[in-house]
Design a protein around this ligand. Sequence first.
Ligand code: PMP
Length: 310
Amino acid sequence: MIIDSIQSAIGHTPLLRFTHQQFEEIPENSAIYAKLEYLNPGGSIKDRLGVYLIEEGLKQGKIKEGTTIIEPTAGNTGIGVALAALEAKLPTIFVVPEKFSLEKQALMRALGATIVHTPTAEGISGAIKEAKRLHEEISDSYLPLQFENSANPAAYYYSLGPELVEDLGEEITSFVAGIGSGGTFSGVARYLLERNSTVRLIGVEPEGSILNGGASHGHEIEGIGVEFIPEFLEGLPVTDFATISDAAGFAMTRRLAKEQGTLIGSSAGAAMVAALSEVAKLPAGSQVVTIFPDAGDRYLSKEIYSREVY
Ligand code: PMP
């Protein structure tokens, strides 16, 4: 396969099938399909969003030659946007809460981005506030704002959803995916619902996120979890939210590496915990789809594969 730009390698990732042979928790004749989004060139599901946000911004005239792109991000969206911005030769500034992985920040910088930090205690809300302030300050700038921009779910509605149906047909029993901005979950869910109104939708969050109620608090699982209910979820018939502890999410992340060779991040481990619990509730012959959003090597400084206590 010959390609002319790294950006054209984004998408069309493989679906890895797990059955009773790999996980005895999966009933005979049922399967979990994991979409290996960590195999995208920027290492995450957010490469799809980066390309889509820049394309939409250019189409709508919000981005012109030399426009600075500013975005609050946990890192993966920054990497995706930086990749897409490179192709259009646009400068990028990402506002990142301090706690997020150093590797992701190094990767954003490697792609030419400038990083601005906000205090960990202010969470992603603090990063959003600072990004808005910078946008006011820098005259020719564009703030896509993934948390509010309908291009976010649209990126997944138009790319990831169709890829799942292409590979699996319309008989997907359940879709299980982590929720950060909610773009992936809601975009894919809406695409699947239009084809099969009975599809079960399971949103995944870490303990400390508020979708199942309870107070917001810190967690180690990175990339998912919310401090406010994402507006993309409005009107979506979510079957259930699965709230996963850091301990369970990281244990599964390590198990997946050691037993299956999938070197994924902790949000994928959490999604797999939820997918296994979902498939165990369903009749034999069910197909559960989940997403492995990013790669584990961007969390090595956080001892993702070695730390035992969370
Ligand atoms: N997992 C990881 C590692 C992520 O970086 C993100 C995006 N923050 C997600 C899951 C969740 O994706 P979304 O923002 O589309 O809900």
